[in-house]
Design a binder for this molecule. Structure first.
Ligand code: FES
Length: 160
């Protein structure tokens, strides 16, 4: 193992360590909050007695998910992106869409999954504090593009 690979491993391990994002009581009252976890913007929701964390920026075009409404679709709680109303399941990050049959309007529309589009993260509560652990970033998920784009925007020096 050379020095470079050991640095990469330790950075990767550090990126998977939990980060405290606030007090449990405060986040339950707010019902949602945003935080930066190892340089990545996340949004945390408290909905129906459970915490959920995902990338803050919508996979479609970067909409700010903390401003969306939560509704149940197909029996799953979803965040509705405020920009173009895409529906994303809170627990898995799947994009949902409704199919219709234009030739037969009497057929009831059905909900389908586009697959996992929004990266979700793990939430733990310990001693009244809420911790977020980033998911394994090895595989590409659509929301990674905007997570990186907004990371660069936040970290770029202000131009005078
Ligand atoms: Fe979220 Fe378009 S940016 S639906």
């Amino acid at each position: 193992m050379n020095e470079d690979s050991s640095v990469k491993i330790s950075n990767k391990e550090e990126a998977r360590s939990p980060v405290c994002i606030g007090r449990e009581d405060d986040i339950k009252k707010l019902r949602r909050t945003t935080a930066t976890v190892h340089n990545r913007e996340v949004v945390v929701f408290y909905h129906d007695g459970s915490f959920y964390a995902m990338d803050h920026r919508c996979y479609h075009a970067g909409g700010p998910l903390h401003l969306g409404e939560i509704e149940d679709f197909n029996g799953q709680p979803c965040i509705i992106c405020p920009w173009h109303k895409y529906k994303i399941t809170l627990s898995t990050g799947e994009g949902l869409y409704q199919t219709i049959n234009p030739r037969d309007p009497t057929v009831a529309p059905k909900w389908k999954s586009k697959g996992i589009k929004q990266r979700t993260h793990k939430v733990n509560v310990d001693s009244g504090n809420v911790y977020v652990t980033l998911s394994d970033l090895a595989d590409n998920i659509d929301s990674d593009y905007y997570a990186e784009k907004f990371k660069k925007a936040i970290n770029s020096p202000m131009k005078k």
